[in-house]
Design a protein around this ligand. Structure first.
Ligand code: OGA
Ligand code: NI
Length: 305
């Protein structure tokens, strides 16, 4: 049975005073420890999303592991770290991953416990979709493209969500919640609770993005970098953990359809701006992203023109 292999960090963390060796990064790869407001999404929707997510991770292990799977093709699943099948070092994170659009295709698979999970999460997803579409329109226009350009390129949109749970860690200087990576999708709207942990790389330095109440942090993903022919750059970011407080974050990943063909917008290519990437399907890209693991090196390399 799959659940017997579940090795969720949330169940281990409380019993540990040291970070097990499988989480320990080599020296030099360890953390050096030292937003959208007025978005129109009602505070209540956001609060209920965060509350029901916390309640899910507070359920007894026997309830939570019903959702556990290491199969990335499962559209609703609880897992741990990043890709437990390929990674050499673990990450101090459990996560529940949900596909959210079209809602009616997925909502029946979502957890039934807590009882209000489906309704609160569905409500939140609907708001996040509207906000993502607004954002894509604004970004298209900022590039001098038709407001609908990116929306159209994405084909049948995908919207996925992770509910990230980072337990307190006895030795946060040895490991990461999530190591440095750029998100693979187009844009990510990240909701954080009130505990710090997100950092972004700016001019070679890791800078904390501390939570601002009732706001979303927007991360540009790799697909936006390609579509904009490098006018927008995907942002390298990571999550660090701490020894006293659990932390939760809820990214909404807005994605192209798997068969969407992604490449620089023709309007952004001319003699002075040659295309920086060849066209590829989102499936081709994603396969590469998922199997190589999180890394500071971009996985766009193989698509460079
Ligand atoms: C992610 C991510 C950051 C955070 O899930 O892709 O970057 O603060 N999360 O949890
Ligand atoms: Ni990310």
């Amino acid at each position: 049975m799959e659940s017997s292999r579940a090795n969720l960090i949330s169940d281990l963390a409380a019993t540990l005073s040291h970070v097990p060796s499988k989480f320990v990064r080599p020296l030099g790869e360890r953390p050096n420890l030292e937003e959208v407001v007025n978005h129109g999404v009602e505070e209540e929707v956001v609060e209920k999303m965060m509350k029901v997510s916390r309640e899910f991770f507070e359920l007894p292990e026997r309830e939570r592991v019903k959702w556990y799977s290491e199969d990335p093709l499962k559209t609703t699943r609880l897992s741990t770290s990043f890709n437990v099948k390929t990674e050499k070092v673990g990450n101090w994170r459990d996560y529940l991953r949900l596909h959210c659009h079209p809602l009616q295709n997925y909502i029946n698979e979502w957890p039934t416990n807590p009882a209000s999970f489906k309704s609160h999460v569905a409500h939140y997803c609907t708001h996040m979709r509207a906000l993502s579409l607004l954002l894509l329109g604004a970004i298209s226009e900022s590039l001098g493209l038709d407001a609908d350009y990116i929306n159209t390129v994405l084909g049948q949109h995908g919207q996925h969500m992770a509910i990230n749970y980072y337990p307190p860690c006895p030795q946060p200087d040895l490991t990461y919640g999530l190591p440095a990576h750029a998100d693979p999708n187009v844009v990510t709207l990240l909701l954080q609770d009130q505990v710090s942990g997100l950092q972004v790389l700016i001019d070679g330095k890791w800078v904390a993005v501390d939570p601002v109440p009732n706001s979303f942090t927007v991360n540009i993903g790799d697909q936006m970098q390609v579509i904009s022919n490098d006018r927008y750059k995907s942002v390298l970011h990571r999550a660090v953990v701490n020894c006293s407080k659990e932390r939760m974050s809820i990214p909404t990943f807005y994605c192209p359809s798997p068969d969407a063909v992604i490449g620089p917008a023709p309007q952004l290519v001319d003699h002075h701006h040659p295309p920086h990437y060849t066209d590829f399907t989102y499936t081709e890209y994603y396969h590469n992203f998922w199997n190589r693991g999180l890394s500071r090196q971009t996985c766009l390399d193989i698509f460079k023109a």
